[in-house]
Write a protein that binds this ligand. Structure first.
Ligand code: ADP
Ligand code: MG
Length: 251
């Protein structure tokens, strides 16, 4: 491969030999992962297997003990990197929506744009409106979070992340706190993002979403990647007993 080909083949997210302990609890025990631009990877695995810690290490909300994280070719684990600038390229959506209850939906979207990106009021409002429309909530611009359903609040949280213009989106069980009838609308927004070419890591228990939308499914257990492959293989025909065990308990 020429030098140029190598650059083009550089994954959007690269995790190399990642280790993380909390005290004596070794939570990540050597994670290697590559995610191409526009690829959607669903991470599944039992509670406590290190899925959230992995996502939090990818955007350096947690500092890894060992290993490297690169996003868009920038090494986030390089001590000399401008971590705030690097982190701006990564959007994160949590199980809890964490909206400011005393701010309108629009203000929830404009505040971080103005504080973190220094955008003008008008520009931030324009980007907010654009992204609220994208998640189907244009008509809720002036509402307060408490007036919205959980599913709508989560879509606002997604719009808030998108308004920052991320290259990569990380989702940590985005539908786990929702009533079952509200899950579909949030997954529909994520499906749209995937279709639009967003690079995404999605920790989820929604196996039908993973089958349909993911390019790859990663099964984690005990802080390691046990299985990594196409959804039809990992979910449909798992090679490892631990994966089969986990999947059988979901049914
Ligand atoms: P998962 O998301 O797969 O359920 P987590 O990454 O949240 O797993 O947690 C993995 C392990 O790390 C658990 O044993 C959890 O108690 C521990 N852990 C996670 N975050 C912290 C923290 N900030 N301090 C101490 N222990 C933590
Ligand atoms: Mg978790």
């Amino acid at each position: 491969m020429s030098r140029q080909d190598t650059a083009a083949a550089e994954p959007e997210i690269r995790v190399e030999g990642l280790y993380k302990s909390f005290g004596a609890n070794e939570v990540l025990r050597g994670i290697d992962l590559e995610i191409g631009r526009g690829e959607v990877v669903c991470v599944i695995g039992p509670s406590g297997s290190g899925k959230s810690t992995l996502l939090r290490c990818v955007n350096l909300l947690e500092e890894p003990d060992r290993g490297r994280v690169l996003v868009g070719g920038t090494e986030l684990t390089d001590p000399d990197v401008d971590i705030d600038a690097a982190r701006r390229r990564i959007g994160m959506v949590f199980q809890q929506f964490n909206l400011f209850p005393h701010l309108t939906v629009t203000a929830n979207l404009t505040l971080p744009q103005r504080r973190v990106l220094g955008r003008s009021r008008a520009e931030a409002a324009r980007v907010a409106a654009e992204n609220l429309a994208r998640v189907g909530l244009a008509e809720k611009a002036d509402a307060y979070p408490a007036a919205l359903s959980g599913g709508q609040q989560q879509r606002v949280a997604i719009a808030r992340a998108l308004a920052m213009g991320p290259e990569v989106m990380l989702f940590d069980e985005p539908t786990s706190a929702l009533d079952p009838e509200l899950v579909g609308d949030v997954l529909a927004v994520m499906r749209m993002l995937a279709r639009d070419g967003m690079t995404m890591i999605v920790v989820t228990h929604e196996m039908s979403f993973a089958r349909e939308v993911a390019d790859r499914v990663v099964f984690m257990d005990g802080g390691v990647v046990v299985e990594d492959g196409a959804p039809a293989d990992v979910i449909g025909a798992p090679r490892h007993a631990r994966t089969r065990d986990f999947l059988s308990r979901l049914l």
